[in-house]
Design a protein around this ligand. Sequence first.
Ligand code: AMP
Length: 368
Amino acid sequence: MIQLHELKFEPFISEEKINIAIENMAIKINQDYYDKTPVFLVVLNGAFMVASEIIKLFKGDCEVAFVKLESYKGTETTGKVETLVGLNLSLENRHVVIIEDIVDTGITLEAINKILKKENVADQKIATLFFKPNAYQKNFSINYIGMEIPNDFIVGYGLDYNGLGRNLSEVYKLKKENMTNLVLFGPPGAGKGTQANFLKEKYKLVHISTGDVFRYNIKNETALGVHAKSFMDQGQLVPDKVTIEMLGAEVDKNPDANGFIFDGFPRTVAQAEALADLLKEKKTGVSAMIALEVDDEVLVERLLERGKTSGRKDDADEAIIRNRIHIYYEETAILKQFYLKEDKYYGVDGVGSISDITERISKVIDSL
Ligand code: AMP
């Protein structure tokens, strides 16, 4: 899986398949135009890569010309075609082979047709690497087709999403389920917060740390904060009802999120079930639970160290730290089973340098 801007794309057509399609097109074009000195009219930007290959495989004489047209903004066609760069040579009496990367609605072809009508060409044919028969709305026949594809938004091999992705040597399609919702799991001190800070930047996710939200409320002396404080100071869990409501409110604050990193939530089965319901309402779900695995003694050491500067009462006292770890194993570790059953559990070694651990987690996310 790859990410371009805020969207995710999955591998779709391999480089090998693309090369075979292009070779087949080139064989036919060679047969038809070998002795006609055609003009290859390349439709920029997307067609530059396929054009380069077809033209290299052409064995006769030829010329090359370009037009630059644009009809897409983001992943939708606007229905209007703008000519950004026009023709720079006369095509009168020439045999023209239009090279396109993709033909979908056909409105770009229509615009090119209009341009060529004024040129009095001898004849014209259309070659396209990809053709979407289900999207095509025009009647011009398309003479050379590399391959037909379903009506998905694709990138790579010259095609872009808002400028990115043209350099990819294989083709990717837009992932339908576009939210990535990660449950970052592990005992207190496992490094969830630290990792979340890197991952939210890398994958453009919203990070919700229930501990941080509670601490923020305690600092601002809200009703929620007053309620949570007594539990937190002892290293106990805040009651489910309060926690679930608070989490729901945090999710609702980010209606356009690309996905969430839940850090410190869920900690009970009731919370896990509530999370599943909440995400279901948004037509999505938990993508993975990523569990950082760290030895207890390392945890105690890390938390005592953090307690020297964090100002957190629950980090300053070894007995409270051990209680939090104990609660994790008593009440929270059972969630491993919950996500294992759904085939969403991924254990990651949480000992090592911060960047090594980020890399281990990234590998899991990229495989989703
Ligand atoms: P953390 O910063 O994740 O270590 O959380 C600190 C404390 O906040 C915990 O020991 C609990 O008292 C409380 N807390 C955080 N998340 C939850 C949760 N999902 N359910 C109940 N209590 C929580």
